[in-house]
Design a binder for this molecule. Structure first.
Ligand code: 5GP
Length: 202
């Protein structure tokens, strides 16, 4: 069986990670989404166990103490973390596990694993990003300002990523991410079961 890997996708809030991933999950074979735990409140339309696992601060702290996270970070005044067991099981099953996490989390994953691909999704401009967050209508004005401030900081982290995709047009961005995944699937070092003798002996 081919070895699975981690696919880390980051980018500022509102850049379109959710839309890109929704499409990918429907079209790319072998992809599974890692549902994070968070202390943030549930937004309208979100579903427990599908969007996030919603935790109190105490529950989240207990998960940290029990070493249940592959990584976790404090983002926009809340905690977010990737449950470790699910990720490890799926990688062992040969799956591509998608982590939609912030830049701090991505840097931590990079430190702790050599089997991850890092994609940064950037907005075409900060004004366009603000339009998208305001248009979503899910955040208060304070929260929008905080997310815009964080967006500037997050863009500084692009240099730690393997790939940069600018989400100017959603379909173009989706195609680019698909191409990256397809290329990564064909990396020679992932073809553990490939046996050149089968070709030579034919
Ligand atoms: P939101 O509140 O908009 O759903 O997410 C806010 C930020 O938290 C986004 O940048 C998102 O990628 C990040 N995030 C979501 N889950 C995780 C996680 O498990 N770990 C880390 N480090 N960041 C996460």
């Amino acid at each position: 069986m081919k070895k699975g890997f981690l696919l880390v996708i980051s980018g500022p809030s509102g850049v379109g990670k959710g839309t890109v991933l929704h499409d990918l999950m429907n079209t790319q074979k072998n992809l599974v989404y890692s549902v994070s735990a968070t202390t943030r409140d549930k937004r309208d339309g979100e579903i427990e166990g599908v969007s996030y696992f919603y935790k109190s601060h105490d529950e989240f702290k207990q998960m940290i103490d029990d070493d249940q996270f592959l990584e976790y970070a404090h983002v926009h005044n809340n905690y977010y973390g990737t449950p470790k067991e699910f990720v490890e099981n799926k990688i062992n099953d040969g799956k591509i596990v998608v982590l939609e996490i912030d830049v701090q989390g991505a840097v931590n994953v990079k430190k702790n694993t050599d089997n991850a691909v890092f994609i940064f999704l950037a907005p075409p401009s900060l004004s366009e990003l603000k339009n998208r967050i305001v248009g979503r209508g899910t955040e208060t004005e304070n929260d929008i300002n905080l997310r815009m401030k964080n967006a500037r900081r997050e863009l500084e982290y692009i240099k730690y990523y393997d790939y940069l995709v600018v989400n100017d047009h959603i379909n173009t961005a989706i195609n680019s991410v698909n191409e990256i995944i397809n290329a990564e699937k064909h990396k020679v070092f992932r073809e553990e079961d490939f046996d050149i003798k089968e070709i030579l002996d034919e």
